[in-house]
Design a protein around this ligand. Structure first.
Ligand SMILES: [Zn+2]
Length: 274
């Protein structure tokens, strides 16, 4: 029951995250919500997380232009994360800090997906909150052994390999922002789990990166044409190639949330764990 309440709260925070990501550096947050295409003011009943998007089938009520699947996806992702973190019966202060960290991480992931850059202010906010989590009294945020002042080196330990990759590749393989992000991941999860989260992010990134390259490649086009005879059909989408820049931040954050939540619930992860 508690998890459901936190989940509903997360849906609302998720739609706020959408607004923050969309308007950061563009408009003030107090501006009225309007359609990106026609500027029509959005009615209150079209602002209900997830449900409104489903009811409108992802289209603006006024002009019918597409509304990105990002909106319900972020709302749902935040809702589920809030339900899992809030429902874990952590100490109140740890829950509050956990939900804050979760919101900032999701905002960073979405911003990185849209702009392939991680805002400094946001990543350092996450890092500061993660550093504070080490010094929480009672059981720590991860409900996993007692973290001590010694764990402040976990951040640099987890960030160092990514920093070296950034340095060696002169920013071509990963961004400096990814290394900054790993600093907070180390502080949040501890060095061992932090490194596991980074490894998991590389695995996720490789699988999804290759899938994106494959599905938008000429080879894939030819395979699809064997099956689909529509002449009007043609490949839409980003057209991702090896040279395309796929942001690493969302993978780091997905892996961090996954490892973090399994730590909270003491669920061992096969292969990566133990
Ligand atoms: Zn519209």
């Amino acid at each position: 029951m508690l998890a459901v309440m936190y989940g509903l709260f997360g849906l609302i925070i998720g739609s706020f995250v959408n607004v923050v990501v969309l308007r950061s550096g563009v408009l003030s947050l107090s501006g009225k919500s309007g359609c990106m295409s026609c500027g029509a003011k959005i009615k209150w009943y079209d602002l209900i997380p997830v449900l409104s998007w489903l009811a409108l089938r992802g289209r603006c009520r006024a002009c019918g232009s597409r509304i990105s699947v990002q909106y319900p996806a972020v709302e749902l992702g935040t809702g589920v994360s809030f339900a899992l973190i809030g429902g874990a019966s952590l100490p109140p202060l740890a829950t509050l800090l956990g939900l804050l960290i979760c919101s900032v991480l999701i905002a960073i992931a979405v911003y990185d997906l849209r702009h392939t850059i991680i805002p400094d202010a946001w990543v350092w906010s996450f890092n500061a909150l993660a550093l504070i989590s080490i010094f929480l009294p009672e059981s720590s945020l991860t409900a996993f052994s007692s973290q001590t002042a010694f764990d402040t080196i976990a951040g640099p330990i987890v960030a160092a390999p990514l920093f070296v990759l950034w340095l060696v590749s002169r920013g071509k393989w990963i961004g400096l922002g990814d290394s900054k992000l790993a600093l907070g991941i180390g502080w949040l999860l501890g060095s061992l789990a932090g490194i596991k989260a980074v490894l998991l992010a590389f695995i996720l990134g490789a699988i999804i990166g290759l899938a994106l390259i494959f599905f938008s490649s000429a080879l894939w086009n030819r395979i699809v044409k064997q099956f689909i005879q529509h002449h009007s059909w043609h490949m839409s989408g980003a057209g991702i190639t090896m040279k395309s820049e796929i942001p690493f931040g969302p993978f780091l954050i997905a892996a961090c949330l996954f490892v973090w939540i399994s730590q909270i619930y003491h669920i061992p992860i096969p292969f990566l764990w133990q």
